[in-house]
Design a protein around this ligand. Sequence first.
Ligand code: SF4
Ligand code: SF4
Length: 380
Amino acid sequence: MTEVSIVKCNNYEHKNVRNAIKESLDLLGGIEKFVKPDDKVLLKVNAIIGFQPERAATTHPAIILVMAGLVKEAGGIPIVGDSSGAFGFTGQSLEMCGIAKAAKEAGAELVNFESTGTYSVNIDGKILKNINIAKPVMDCDVLISLPKMKTHQLTKYTGAVKNFYGVIPGTGKAKIHQFAPSELSFSHAVVDIYSALKPKLAVMDGIVGMEGEGATNGTPISSNVVMSSADCVSLDAVASEVMGFFHKDILTTLFAHERNLGVGEINDIRILGEQIKDVKMEFKKSKYIAYKFPEFVRKSIFRFSENFSRVNISEKECKKCSICARSCPASAISFSPKPFIDQDKCIKCYCCHELCPNSAVKLRTSFIGGLILKSMNYKS
Ligand code: SF4
Ligand code: SF4
């Protein structure tokens, strides 16, 4: 039986965050169980985009400050790293979301996966057979996931397992979106990446989570928890239940469980500290529907009736920063003279919507799409 600890925490004041994380780790046996003296410990944060911490898209700097401090107290050497979802913007993202400052303050090395080089790793995945993983992820002694608790437009939920999508730097992430555009195929791809890694611990920032149109354009929601586990899959099963999902509806959890990469069955997880019912919430879910259909439906019905759910750029709000175009796996975005999305090329992966810092990318579900959504009895 695996274990997940849940501890309440109502704000990001350093003392409160430290007490909550420490208690959460002590329930699992203490940080010393995971970190030995002189271990190089990579804290894999979520720095998906350069938003302020208050937007709740990224791991809050207070979590990094505390975790790096605890690693040092255990005698380990903390390293903080990630790559942004937007190619070429990792350095800027790490700065803007406060993670760079927190790493410096904690005396931790900060690594930008876009400039560390990668190892080519062969895997026996469902979708992926070879991936390029940032070197620090493979070179560290202890890998720790520090995810944010959020909804996700494609995978419904993102947490400890999906956080490792960021170990693929450069244009690799966009290419994977192109191979695997649906919820089903993309969830397999995320689990493929996870299968190449051996994380020892995950500590989730659920103090303020994100609901609605996550992982970046949703709404912050006070969820007031810190959760930890040695098993990322178990942590995701529990966290998704806390957010109001049924854990088996989260395909990354289901597939990782089926592939024996962790325990995703809630009845086989011992919950320590608070129980799910004590902290359970009802996060608003994404209301966009394209991803809910299998590939063959997306390719036929959506091409035939693209107005079910489409992506557009608001000319008025667009600052032509090109983040979306550089991250679009289908090369569907151009700017001459106006920002334009070629709907024939667009695979509706929603990366542009996720990564636009100016909320200029708009998703629209048509009347028909709305009716389908309603008939699916999907809460938004
Ligand atoms: S839509 Fe957003 S990301 Fe794309 S160029 Fe405009 S402002 Fe930048
Ligand atoms: S235009 Fe946006 S939704 Fe369409 S493929 Fe490109 S990034 Fe994905």
